[in-house]
Design a protein around this ligand. Structure first.
Ligand code: E4P
Length: 215
């Protein structure tokens, strides 16, 4: 499973890139709004740091509007993936954009059937929302597992991005359920490194090493 960063914050992206384990970035209107910068300028800046897929979401809700916005977003950089919501109009837009060789990421996926429809419409990626499913008492991990099974049975090469990841356990569940990618808030990425026994182990190794020098 690969890691994407789920943010529009440049500082977080620059810090995360230094680890050498981030293959892409996802954004959404809420994440971009927090930044109070020009959407296009910020996307350009992100694509200059990240050579992999950078998802940028359309705001329009009708097919023509989504296609127009999608083409504008795709013209910012070759690695832009146009994020489209799972609606009737959205799937028509995915179909049109995919025929123009523009990659799409279908967002707000909450069921295996939605993921199947998105793949058949031509989506390069689907984003099932783990956290928001768990919030209403469903299992995001189960939905990802179903999507992965269906894609395997039917030889579908659409990639599954586990989204709405809230904590490290979601990352483990996403990997075990067969997500190809997990898109992580910076905070969760940092949490993945941590274990108290690692900290304790380093401290005790250092303590023993210092004690040896004093003998
Ligand atoms: C990413 O593609 C999604 O938009 C994002 O992960 C949603 O996360 P949230 O449910 O925490 O807002």
């Amino acid at each position: 499973m690969k890691f994407f960063l789920d943010t529009a914050n440049l500082n977080e992206i620059e810090k995360a890139v230094e680890f050498g384990l981030i293959d892409g970035v996802t954004t959404n209107p809420s994440l971009v709004a927090k930044e109070e910068v020009s959407f296009q300028d910020r996307l350009k800046e992100i694509t200059e740091i990240i050579p992999g897929s950078v998802s940028a979401e359309v705001i329009a809700l009708d097919t023509d509007g989504m296609v127009k916005e999608g083409m504008e977003l795709a013209s910012i950089a070759p690695n832009i993936t146009v994020k489209i919501p799972m609606t009737h109009d959205g799937m028509k837009a995915v179909n049109i954009l995919s025929k123009e060789n523009i990659k799409t990421n279908v967002t707000l996926i909450f069921s295996a059937n939605q993921a199947l429809i998105a793949a058949r419409a031509g989506a390069a990626y689907v984003s099932p929302f783990m956290g928001r499913l768990d919030d209403i008492g469903h299992s995001g991990a189960d939905v990802i597992g179903e999507i992965r099974d269906i894609y395997s049975i039917h030889n579908i090469d659409t990639q599954i991005i586990a989204a709405s990841v809230r904590h490290p356990q979601h990352v483990t569940e996403a990997a075990l359920s067969g997500a190809h990618i997990a898109t992580l808030p910076y905070k969760v990425l940092i949490q993945l490194f941590k274990h108290p026994l690692t900290d304790w182990g380093i401290e005790s190794f250092m303590r023993d090493w210092e004690a040896r020098k004093n003998k």
